[in-house]
Design a protein around this ligand. Sequence first.
Ligand SMILES: Cc1cc2nc3c(=O)[nH]c(=O)nc-3n(C[C@H](O)[C@H](O)[C@H](O)COP(=O)(O)O)c2cc1C
Length: 179
Amino acid sequence: MIREIKMRRSIRNYNNKSVEDEKILQLLESARLAPSGSNTQPWHFIVVKSELTKQKLAKASHNQKWMLSAPVFIVCVADIRCRIEGTVDVILNENSPQEELKQILRDTSISMEHILLEAENLGLGTCWVAWFTQDEIRPILNIPTDKYVVGIITLGYANEAPKARPRKNLKEIIHYETW
Ligand SMILES: Cc1cc2nc3c(=O)[nH]c(=O)nc-3n(C[C@H](O)[C@H](O)[C@H](O)COP(=O)(O)O)c2cc1C
């Protein structure tokens, strides 16, 4: 696993080879098996291949045009209904004080990282995109306002081999016994 962790890069340039459906399913299977608080599994995934829909999503993501070279987007959505059931009106956005939002964001992010690492294992490139607002993304995909779009994963075969971006040294981030 450390190989995939070390070799993964954010890929922002893809070639035009399409991604096999079995590989997409394997990525989603790796997401399905992620851990979550109280095993609530708040995640949902929308697989988008339509050029028109991808254009709308890229435009809503601050017009990041590089996204369009990816043949597939996986839109990763957290559903608060695993924690707040019933008919209580919950409208989620970036400023929402709803405390369960933190939990579903945390859990869905774990499942997204599973996708990124399994994609690396399958020879696929990915990039996590989160530079958008809920109000702009949700209507494009008919996502209700009690769901939160955590990120869009662009997916495809890489057409670039970026160098590793720097990370902090271990000694900057490790503490023993206390802070
Ligand atoms: C939550 C999150 C949001 C991100 N949003 C974007 C984005 O909108 N556009 C983009 O080009 N990269 C985005 N990235 C990719 C980061 O820039 C990238 O992970 C970071 O620079 C480290 O590079 P690496 O992934 O190649 O190691 C995002 C990454 C994360 C984890």
